[in-house]
Write a protein of this length. Sequence first.
Length: 431
Amino acid sequence: MAVPQAATGWSRWDELVREDRVHRSVYTDSAIFEEEMVKIFGCTWVYLAHESEIPAPGDFKTRQVGRRPVIVTRDGRGRLNALLNRCRHRGATVCRVEGGSALSFTCPYHGWTYRSSGELAGVPWPDGYAAGFDRSDLGLGRLRVESYRGFIFGTLGQAVPDLTEYLGPAASLLNQWIDRAPGGEVVVTNANRMAYRGNWKLASDNSADGYHPAFSHRSLLKMAQRLGEQKDMVYFAQHPDDGPMYVQSLGRGHTFGDQRPNYRGVGSYWRQQRPQPGREAYEQELRRRWGDEADRWLDLAVGSQMNLNIFPNLLVIGNQIQVVEPIAVDHTQLTWYSTLIQHAPDEVNVLRMRSQEDFPSFGEPDDLANFEECQRGLSIPEVDWVLCNRGLGIPDRHHEDDRGVVTGPATDELVIRDFYREWKRLMSGES
Ligand code: FES
Ligand code: FE
């Protein structure tokens, strides 16, 4: 089936992204993917790293902005930088490791050396260059960088608002997630890396989707259900739209799914968690040392029950941070970073680390399998549309507050529609 002809005044993107549906080529066309790398990842704020990953002068991490290799550094004066990892001589990457500490980077090809702030510090045998050779013009390319309470974002966009304005209502939800930690001191640590053979937006579509868990994660839910009807996520199998959970579109493609209301009146998060082999010893030790206060720590050892999605590549899920990295139109890297709480008892942080063995290892493979099967299904050229119309057109189903935040039932696809509104705005070059 062909895409219907353009109505007058419609752009190519209006053809492909309708209010209730998205054309399959948005997931399968490599030319659109290349355009996304410029118009999405090259034009908006992109999450890079957390300040706790580069705490000291000289610390750095290598990351991607779209497919651009980038070095995120804390330079000798303690300032944050995001530098294009591309030598100004003949284009080689100057840093080829995941992270470390260095106050300069020497390109392995011909030895040009750059400071961690990006300036070109020196070139070998400079007398081989003519008098007009100006080192000050040849620093590494730079992104604009801002940090929101430790979350470092970078952008190549010229007309992008300040980060706090960009985050909008998502900022207060990020605050709620950060402020679970006493003093708000969150530390981002080890990575659990996964990849799937599918488009990067399949992960975004799924990130606040309350429609799929009852089916996609049935084995996980059945295991939990044997231990009680209030266990984590079991509520997704019990008419989720009738319960207190909800999803929200926050504007600019940021979205939110909130499971916390399920816990009102049913006790602690800790007691409603699925079993984690070996966790009892940590619980006993916390109870021995902290008495009645142990419950407060134990609630911080498990997930936040929040799914906060910051367009286009940051998904804050439970007590993890998930980063989406597009590799090709049909290939994506997903990285789950564990987070710890500074100055919390070791047992709490060990349990937080070990929650990588819970949903990321036990549930996420269900999602990755569906992403790959979506990509296979979407390869069929005769069927055009991917639907995101659940909840659309039903009276009184949504509520909009004075900030423009729209709230709907847990299985509503308003979150996907919001993501694609922002996607279309950026792809239309309106940023
Ligand atoms: Fe880096 Fe030549 S490409 S020094
Ligand atoms: Fe899922």
